[in-house]
Design a protein around this ligand. Structure first.
Ligand SMILES: [Zn+2]
Length: 73
């Protein structure tokens, strides 16, 4: 199943969830069961995402780099 960014329709790279009471935002990896919660974001939108003033953003994604560091042979 392919999930897409709620903003632009590109393939989703992250899912963002909120807790209004705590003023907290989390960024997680996209998994198979993310349909029930959160906002799906593509890599571009998740990178540009900034939490509301006074909120904390916790990025819990495992690091996957689009461009791996160049290996010098
Ligand atoms: Zn997007």
């Amino acid at each position: 199943m392919t999930v897409s960014c709620t903003r632009c329709g590109a393939p989703a790279a992250a899912v963002m969830t909120f807790n209004y009471a705590e003023g907290a935002v989390w960024m997680d990896d996209v998994t198979d069961d993310i349909e029930d919660y959160g906002y799906l974001l593509c890599a571009d939108h998740s990178d540009r995402m900034t939490p509301p003033h006074g909120w904390t953003l916790t990025d819990r994604r495992t690091v996957t780099r689009l461009f791996a560091p160049v290996q010098v042979a």
